[in-house]
Design a protein around this ligand. Structure first.
Ligand SMILES: [Zn+2]
Length: 444
């Protein structure tokens, strides 16, 4: 037993430029932040603060900001990284989906997700909304790594690697949703893959399941032109957004991509308080198109950022998403002033928390919120000088600049080393599956 006073503060961060991402987007120069005994932020102020923490992080003037929130990912897909390149989404899915069914089991998803958690944490991502098979494995990784992973049963018409026909999958999902939630009071999740891989009856059934357990919907929508054609053909000329609205799946949903939206779709998304997760790296690599982020913004839609899966992205780098989001919107608008740095910083943090309905507990650095924060490197040449931290974050920071990461008041990355995952073992486990993965793809 520790003789540590139970009221002892956990961590004090000192000499920090605190980018709070609070309502006023306040920045506190030469600030201190104290994480109390309960893992929540007890105090934030400029200058020095009284504290009793044994762990003191001297930021030496560097940016301290909320952990990034990756609001659309397929974490276990790290196993297939680099096996779906230089091809469209349709060709990518035709190649990957049969391979996933051959390779994936609980242990494989665990290995893939653990590597993803390592990559995410080292890169400053503290929370991910995941959509993948065998989600129990992701929950185990969340527990052991300290990273926040929100996930739930996902549904396609095919049986998947579990392998469970739709009806059995439904029974399994019911059990999943009945299980107790985490201590944050998170909602459960139901993830219909998309409106092109599910028929209307199944979509209606999933809406009823989600409603029964007050679970939220995480779904791909309007990603490619090919999808729009498939959905129109399958669902009587409707768009994916119309189908989701008609099947009661749109309300407060999290929509991955939202690239090909018409004006009515945007109105429906706004009136249903849904979130669009912009995944620019995936969209541009697969030549899916450019999302109407500025129009969504004007309509008041919550826009978060995601990496998508590491076989379409191909990594879990949210800093890349931050940069691509801004640069491409400026380019297509022919106006460098649109989507300013602060908007993008909010998309990568508090807007992701809002998408998860956790903006009262994470997504910004404010007293009373859980301490999910990252400390950047004060000695980084590319972050020097730093006259405007929001601009620095939106245009200069890379994963290599992430020095320390704290999740839920516990340090999980210190001096670029992950304390909760055995780095070598996580890399080796995925390498060891390489032959099997390669054979599954080439045998298609
Ligand atoms: Zn996706």
């Amino acid at each position: 037993m520790s003789d540590r006073n139970t009221n002892q503060d956990r961590i004090a961060v000192i000499n920090a430029q605190i980018v709070t991402v609070d309502k006023k987007s306040s920045v506190i120069d030469n600030g201190s932040l104290v994480v109390g005994a309960d893992g929540a932020i007890r105090e934030i102020a400029s200058g020095k603060l009284e504290h009793t923490a044994a762990e003191v992080i001297d930021a030496r003037g560097a940016i301290v900001m909320p952990g990034l929130i990756n609001t659309h990912a397929h974490l276990g897909m790290t196993l297939f990284r680099g096996l779906g390149d230089d091809m469209s989404l349709e060709d990518f899915l035709a190649r990957l989906m049969p391979a996933e069914i051959k390779v994936l089991n609980h242990d494989a998803v665990h290995a893939g997700t653990e590597l993803a958690a390592l990559e995410s944490l080292l890169g400053g991502i503290t929370t991910s909304l995941d959509m993948y098979y065998l989600p129990d494995a992701a929950l185990e990784v969340a527990k052991s790594s300290g990273m926040r992973i929100q996930t739930g049963p996902n549904f396609l018409e095919s049986d998947g690697p579990e392998p469970l026909p739709f009806d059995e999958r439904l029974a399994w999902a019911t059990k999943w949703l009945e299980a107790p939630r985490d201590e944050l009071g998170s909602t459960g999740w139901v993830a219909p893959h998309s409106t092109y891989l599910l028929g209307e009856d199944h979509l209606n059934t999933l809406a009823a399941l989600a409603a029964k357990y007050e679970a939220r919907i995480h779904v791909h929508a309007a990603e490619t032109v090919g999808e729009m054609q498939l959905v129109a053909k399958r669902h009587g000329g409707r768009t994916p957004i119309q189908v989701l609205a008609d099947t009661n799946l749109l309300r407060r949903s999290v929509l991955a991509h939202g690239v090909h939206l018409n004006d009515d779709d945007i109105k429906l998304i706004a009136s249903n308080s849904a979130t669009v997760v912009h995944c620019p790296a995936s969209n541009y690599k697969l030549a899916s198109g450019v999302a109407r982020i500025l129009d969504l913004q004007r309509a008041g839609v919550n826009i978060a950022l995601g990496t998508d899966g590491p076989a379409s992205g191909n990594d879990l780098d949210l800093w890349i998403a931050i940069r691509l989001a801004g640069y491409m919107q400026k380019t297509i608008a022919k106006n460098a002033a649109v989507l300013p740095a602060l908007d993008i910083v909010r998309m990568a943090t508090i807007n992701g928390a809002r998408a998860l309905q956790l903006d009262h507990v994470i997504g910004s650095l404010e007293v009373g919120k859980r301490a999910d924060l990252i400390v950047l490197d004060a000695d980084s040449p590319s972050l020097t000088p730093n006259f405007n931290p929001h601009t620095t974050i939106a245009t200069s920071v890379t994963r290599a600049d992430v020095l320390h990461v704290v999740v839920d008041g516990k340090t999980v990355v210190r001096d670029r080393k992950c304390l909760t995952i055995d780095h070598k073992a996580a890399v080796s486990a995925v390498k060891a599956l390489g032959k099997q993965v390669l054979a599954s793809v080439s045998n298609n």
